[in-house]
Structure formats: structure tokens, C-alpha cells
Design a protein around this ligand. Structure first.
Ligand code: PHE
Length: 370
């Protein structure tokens, strides 16, 4: 029976030396070819529960260590244990290969182990598709913080403090912010639009960027609402950008996403940070805008023939006014912005009728996308 030497003192040097010697002894033994019985003896000698070498170190070195050295001995013991466990395990491969050569055979006709394929989540897949369409048009891609300040989520987007337009955003506020000035208070971003401001603060015009990400609203969950969902923001600023550019860009993007036969419809809307603003709908790709397929009412557009997809508009000059740096002069430049709900688009594309399916992680649902 092997027994570990006594530790003279607990200085770094003694510990280093003692552990290095054990490690060297182990490595030397692990080199030697072993048969099955030899491997078992080797394993028990190092890892045996009652009197294996690791157990002895634990009893005699670690437990006996003075308080100030315990951490260091423990750390070294953990490292040694990891090395020994890995070494014993790989020596086992050697031992059974030796056994195989001397008798046992591998049956190469047995079926292999089939590993289930992973798949991209439908929300991410949709988000990537949207981003790819805009990348192809020369847009860059950026991401921003999900915990935002009141300033970026609202004020700089032309929602004045206490303005009723804030109500529509069902904001989740971070608790305990009362001591801060109102604009510095934290909240979970309700849209990806704060990145319009962050991007302009970072770079001078021209800008063309899409921003995918998670957003949060205080909504009671039901088949079409979830307190967490996803948006892709689009933002372009340059000289001479007009509403026609917005229409052309979104018309192209919708055709790329839903098929070249869809048509787009822009109807007047309101957002504090765009003027004019428009909601964008597409003709239903399922029934071609007819509202029914033969005699059957279309489920995808609920018979209306149209699907409302996103909010958009020309950047309100007041928004440029909030960006002090980089020369965003509303007399010289203009821009457009749009924001689309990714989850809703995924649900429409894949005909998913309950948004909560996207967030439950149920493999029976997810494997349909493999
Ligand atoms: N941020 C808006 C929303 O979430 C959408 C939007 C983005 C509208 C950009 C106009 C321009 O409701």
C-alpha cells in the first residue's frame, strides 16, 4: 500500500514540489501499457475511495493544512484530481483496446448512434432572413442594450416627459430608480428605435443600419402577446432621402421575404419620432390578397387579404435635434426608419397560431423546423 509522504511545511515551494512529484509519478504509471486487471489496480491505487492516493492527500494534506494554506492546497488538489481522473479514463481506452486485440471483436455491422440534428429557432431564422435582405442592400448590422435609459427609449425619440404617446408602449421600468433624474432612469427597451439615436451619436451621416433584438412590454400573455418579443429596426440617413426611398426599400424587402407577387400598402399612422408616419401592410401571400382560397376563408389574413407588418416613417427633424455631435443638420439631411415585429412575421410565415410556442422550448414544436 502506497502512502503519501508527510508535508514538511505549507510554503508555496514545498506545495509546488510535493504536487509536482505526485503528478510525475502518476504520469509515469499512466504511460505503462496495462491489461484490464492492471488498469483496475492502477485506478484503485489513485482514485480508491478509502485509501487511494487522492483520498490520502485530502485527509493528510488538505484537512491538516493551516487555515491560510487551505485554499492553495485545495486548488492544487483539484487540479491534480482533474488530471488523474482524465488520465485514468484514457488509460482505460488503452486497456480495452489491448483486450480487443486479444479476443473481443468490434461488430462493424451494428447500426451507428444517430444524433438528433439541431435546428435554428424559427424566430432567429426569421430575424436572420430579414437582416440578410437588408445586408444585400448595403445595410450594416448593429445591436444595442436591452436595458435602456428613459432618454434613449423616449425623450430623444421625441416622446416628451409625461406625453400620452408613452402610454402606448406599456413600459417595464427597473425598480429603485427614483433617486436619478428622470431621463437617466432605467427601463427595458420597448422597441429597437433607441438605436437610431445611439448610432447617430457614434457616426456621422450617411447611415444605413438594421438592428435586430429583443424588446419588452408589459403585456398580459395570450396567443398574440408576449412580454418579450423581437424587432428589427431599420434606419437610413443621407442627403436627399425621400419617402419614395422608404417605399421602394420596404416594397423590395417584403417581396424578398414573402415572394415577388406580394404588394405593399402604406397607410397614415403616428409615431412621435417619424413624420409623416405610415403603417405598412402586404397582400396576403397565402391567398394572394383574395381573402379566401377557393371557398375557404383564409386563416392567415383572417379574410381581409392584407397583413399589417410594420411601422415606418421619415425621421422627424426634431429627432436630429437631439443629436448634438456629428453634423445631423435637418436642413441638409433626411432619413427614414422602420420597425418590424419578428415574432409576428415568423408566426405568419410558418402559420403558428400561438406566440407562446416560440418561447416554451418544446422540442415537439421546435423539431418541425429541423
Ligand atoms: N418603434 C416603433 C414601435 O415599436 C416602430 C417604428 C420604428 C415606427 C421606426 C416608425 C419607425 O412601435
Amino acid at each position: 500500500m502506497y502512502s503519501v509522504p508527510k508535508l514538511g511545511d505549507y510554503s508555496q515551494e514545498s506545495l509546488e514540489k510535493a504536487f509536482a512529484e505526485l503528478r510525475a509519478a502518476f504520469d509515469a504509471e499512466a504511460q505503462a501499457p496495462l491489461d484490464e486487471a492492471g488498469w483496475k489496480a492502477f485506478r484503485d491505487r489513485w482514485l480508491g475511495r478509502k485509501s487511494g492516493i487522492l483520498t490520502q492527500i485530502n485527509e493528510q494534506w488538505l484537512k491538516a493544512a493551516p487555515a491560510e494554506a487551505k485554499r492553495e492546497v485545495g486548488r492544487r488538489l483539484n487540479d491534480l484530481r482533474a488530471a488523474i481522473e482524465a488520465g485514468v479514463e484514457s488509460a482505460r481506452g488503452g486497456a480495452s483496446a489491448a483486450a480487443g486485440a486479444s479476443g473481443e471483436r468490434v461488430d462493424v455491422t451494428l447500426p451507428g448512434i444517430r444524433r438528433p440534428l439541431g435546428a435554428e429557432h424559427p424566430v432567429l431564422r426569421t430575424m436572420n432572413e430579414i437582416v440578410a435582405v437588408f445586408r444585400a442592400m448595403g445595410y450594416s448590422v448593429g445591436e444595442g442594450p436591452e436595458i435602456e435609459t428613459d432618454y434613449y427609449n423616449f425623450e430623444a425619440l421625441n416622446f416628451p416627459p409625461n406625453h400620452p404617446a408613452r402610454d402606448s408602449q406599456d413600459t417595464l421600468f427597473v425598480a429603485g430608480q427614483e433617486a436619478k433624474p428622470p431621463r437617466e432612469r432605467l427601463l427595458l427597451r420597448t422597441h429597437t428605435s433607441p438605436m437610431q439615436i445611439r448610432v447617430m451619436e457614434k457616426q456621422p451621416p450617411p447611415v444605413r443600419i438594421v438592428v435586430p433584438g429583443k424588446v419588452y412590454r408589459h403585456d398580459t400573455p395570450d396567443a398574440s402577446h408576449s412580454p418579450l418579443f423581437h424587432q428589427v429596426e431599420g434606419f437610413a440617413v443621407d442627403t436627399n432621402i425621400t419617402f419614395s426611398d422608404l417605399k421602394g426599400t420596404l416594397d423590395h424587402a417584403m417581396k424578398a421575404l414573402f415572394g415577388s407577387s406580394v404588394k405593399t400598402r402604406f397607410s397614415p399612422s403616428f409615431f412621435p419620432f417619424t413624420e409623416p408616419s405610415a403603417d405598412v401592410a402586404i397582400t396576403c401571400f397565402k391567398c394572394n390578397g383574395k381573402g379566401r382560397i377557393g371557398e375557404t376563408p383564409c386563416r392567415v389574413c383572417k379574410q381581409s387579404g392584407w397583413i399589417e407588418l410594420l411601422g415606418s416613417g421619415m425621421v422627424d427633424p426634431a429627432v436630429f435635434g437631439f443629436v448634438k455631435a456629428n453634423g445631423y443638420d435637418p436642413e441638409k439631411i433626411s432619413g427614414f426608419a422602420f420597425g418590424m415585429g419578428v415574432d409576428r412575421i415568423a408566426m405568419i410565415k410558418y402559420e403558428i397560431d400561438d406566440i407562446s410556442l416560440l418561447f416554451q422550448g418544446d422540442v415537439r414544436f421546435l423539431e418541425q423546423f429541423a
